[in-house]
Design a protein around this ligand. Structure first.
Ligand code: NAD
Length: 420
């Protein structure tokens, strides 16, 4: 695929911060204090492969800001992981937890490993080695990881076990766990559910469209993209295009999502859409330009950039992924009146249900899935309304309003603690 990021995640995160900081007249001292990570850790992760060869990976855990509570953020396994990317994602988490007003700060971790290249045994080994080297800075009241790109509930199960070997079993050290190990009902779908809720709210308010009138394209068919697509279709929307790193697919009458999911999960397959024959193939370059009302980038950073932004047909872009729109593309979309719902609002459903999972672990009490989904909806839609109100007050974009609100809350917490 040729849609590899051309602008770094860190550049995108810097733009998000500076634009909002200008709007709230944040002083240079406060800009430095808020932006600079609290702690950055880099570790080597050695591995003897099953064939006897030896290799090492670099692992990171960056704790960006903990003024509002324990650091919170996923662990990414991807060959593109580097320190700058993890730093940008950690900072994004600080503002996400502040925006939806849950008692966490922001952090992120990653290992520059490409999971499809490793066997399950090798992946387990990499996970355990990584955790055994960062465990001292983790903890239920210190830093609570979760899944992100390339990791899943199984990875979280290895983490809870590895952490437990060194500190005693405590499920609240990580979220996104399997149900059997203290995971929460609804966590697997939570980010996609949040994307669905925000998409429908924004489509109603900004496009005046009901779910059944929406044609939607979703980039990325992993945890976020697949669940968002399924839940949007369940509410009556037509998903006209889907894609993953192996290719894109378009069908104007709507993709048969059950068929696409079955293709990805087929026995003996590589868990991708490769070879899916239920729709027309679209190239990575053409994907962003498919005819639709809503575009949901739910895969990688910088997916919408200056070279493809002019082809975007959608009137609403909902950021399922973190940092998927470059600053120049964002400006171009705004100039054309395309509404962009920022990542810290659009994909916050996952961290909200992670908060529920963490709370349930402390309570040693399991909530019902209906209860989880209901509380998720209430928290997320309140944040959506808060952003709309702030946007009105500032006369800004939705992104600027969301970041202004979030940064303001982090500054307030720092001030109360007596940071400066
Ligand atoms: P995942 O690993 O489950 O899925 C990623 C998907 O993106 C896969 O289908 C992959 O093939 C696809 N992809 C990768 N490169 C691509 C490319 N160049 N073009 C098209 N598709 C490509 O990851 P995920 O958990 O779904 O995360 C996706 C994004 O959402 C990331 O930005 C992540 O930080 C963000 N996010 C995830 C969560 C969560 O709870 N998992 C929460 C908030 C935000």
């Amino acid at each position: 695929m040729s849609n590899v990021p051309k602008v770094s995640a860190y550049e995108i995160a810097s733009r998000n911060f500076e634009r909002a900081a200008d709007l709230i007249d944040l002083t240079p001292e406060w800009r430095t204090l808020v932006r600079t990570p609290f702690r950055e850790m880099k570790v080597e992760v050695p591995l003897y492969r099953d064939d006897g060869s030896f290799t090492t990976f670099s692992g990171y855990r960056i704790q960006h800001n903990g003024a509002r509570g324990p650091f919170k953020g996923g662990i990414r396994f991807s060959s593109l992981v580097d320190e700058q990317e993890v730093k940008a994602l950690a900072e994004t988490m600080t503002y996400k937890t502040a925006l939806v007003d849950i008692p966490f700060g922001g952090g992120k971790g990653g290992v520059n490993v490409n999971p499809p290249d490793l066997t399950d045994r090798e992946l387990e080994h990499v996970t355990r080695r990584y955790i055994s080297r960062i465990h001292l800075i983790l903890g239920p009241n210190r830093d609570v990881p979760a899944p992100d790109m390339g990791t899943n509930a199984q990875t979280m199960a290895w983490i809870v076990d590895q952490y437990g070997r060194q500190h005693g079993y405590n499920p609240a050290v990580v979220t996104g766990k399997p149900l059997e190990l203290g995971g929460s009902p609804g966590r697997e779908q939570a980010t996609g559910r949040g994307v669905m809720l925000i998409t429908l709210a924004a489509a109603k308010d900004h496009l005046g469209k009901a779910p059944a009138d929406l044609r939607i394209a979703v980039q990325g068919f992993g945890n976020v993209g697949m669940n968002a697509a399924l839940l949007l279709a369940e509410r009556g929307a037509t998903v006209v295009a889907i894609s993953d790193h192996t290719g894109g697919y378009h069908r104007a009458e709507g993709i048969d999502l059950e068929g696409a999911v079955a293709h990805v999960r087929r026995e003996g397959g590589d868990r991708t859409l490769r070879g899916y024959d239920g729709a027309d193939a679209v190239s990575a370059d053409d994907f962003m330009g498919v005819d639709c009302d809503v575009l949901v980038p739910a895969a990688i950073e910088a997916a919408i950039h200056s070279d493809n932004v002019d082809s975007v047909q959608a009137r609403l872009v909902v950021e399922g992924a973190n940092l998927p729109v470059t600053p120049r593309a964002d400006a171009a979309l705004n100039d054309r009146g395309v509404i962009v719902v920022p990542d810290i609002l659009a994909n916050a459903g996952g961290v909200i249900v992670s908060y529920f999972e963490w709370s349930q672990n402390f309570q040693q009490y399991r909530w019902s899935e209906a209860d989880v989904n209901d509380r998720l909806e209430r928290i997320l839609l309140k944040a959506y309304r808060d952003v709309a109100e702030k946007q009105e007050a500032l006369g800004s974009t939705m992104r600027e309003a969301a970041f202004a609100l979030a940064i303001g809350r982090v500054v307030t917490a720092e001030k109360l603690r007596g940071a400066l």
